[in-house]
Design a protein around this ligand. Structure first.
Ligand SMILES: [Zn+2]
Length: 237
């Protein structure tokens, strides 16, 4: 392989690498998109919150009912004592009457509370049902929409394999020391280790080559680099 052929092969390698880079970036963005639309993520979060609120609401309802039941039991026990005739002491009877009145007032307040809590649990139930429905609908829509994304991902993966194969094949035809030099330079030079000579200048940095530099790029026995940006020069005519 002549020096110009090596520079040409390295330039081709660079074209493949740049295409691979673009492809990997697109693949990454497709994979990210496949994790779900932002609308879907929002609905999932809202659905979770609605479920949590519903659980809390049902628990509150249960507790309010327990408190009411206990009050009912206490009240009927005291009423039995009051009207049962077992208590005859007037002082004791009057205290019992007051206790019954107090319990009745407490019972009626608790009945109101229980009703409010029940109402609220009912609206939470309705909200949770709505959110579940919206989520289900969106999951379905997303499933249909993402079909084209999945197809694109598969296509990109096939293309990636193909490019990687071509790159390996091309690299195997170039002496390893040149491939290594190219690989090291790519990392420090924004992925562009090779620059074409275009109208007597380095295409990357636009510095104009002297006639002797141009001569060396065309016919030299060693790879020539740009005196300004340091990239390997490639002359394709
Ligand atoms: Zn340059």
């Amino acid at each position: 392989m002549s020096t110009t052929q090596i520079a040409a092969a390295l330039f081709q390698l660079q074209q493949l690498d740049l295409e691979l880079e673009r492809l990997v970036a697109e693949l990454q963005s497709v994979v990210n998109s496949l994790e779900g639309s932002s609308k879907l993520q929002k609905l999932r979060a809202e659905h979770d919150i609605a479920q949590q609120q519903l659980r809390a609401g049902l628990q509150a309802q249960k507790e309010a009912e327990w408190v009411l039941e206990e009050l009912n039991n206490r009240l009927s026990a005291q009423e039995q004592r009051l009207y049962g005739g077992a208590v005859t002491n007037p002082k004791e009877l009057s205290a019992l009457q007051q206790e019954v009145q107090r319990l009745r007032a407490q019972q009626s307040r608790q009945e109101e509370t229980a009703l409010e809590v029940m109402d609220s649990a009912e609206s939470l139930q309705e909200m949770a049902r709505q959110k579940a429905e919206e989520l289900e609908q969106e999951e379905k829509t997303w499933g249909e929409e993402s079909a084209s994304l999945r197809a694109r991902r598969d296509q990109l993966e096939v293309r990636q394999q193909e490019l990687q194969g071509r790159r390996a094949q091309l690299a195997s035809t170039i002496e390893p020391r040149f491939v290594n030099r190219y690989d090291v330079m790519r990392r420090t030079k924004q992925g562009r280790a090779v620059s074409k000579v275009d109208q007597n200048s380095c295409q990357w940095c636009r510095v104009i080559l002297t006639p002797s530099e141009l001569q060396r790029v065309r016919t030299g026995t060693d790879l020539q680099t740009c005196t300004n940006c340091g990239r390997i020069l490639y002359y394709d005519r």
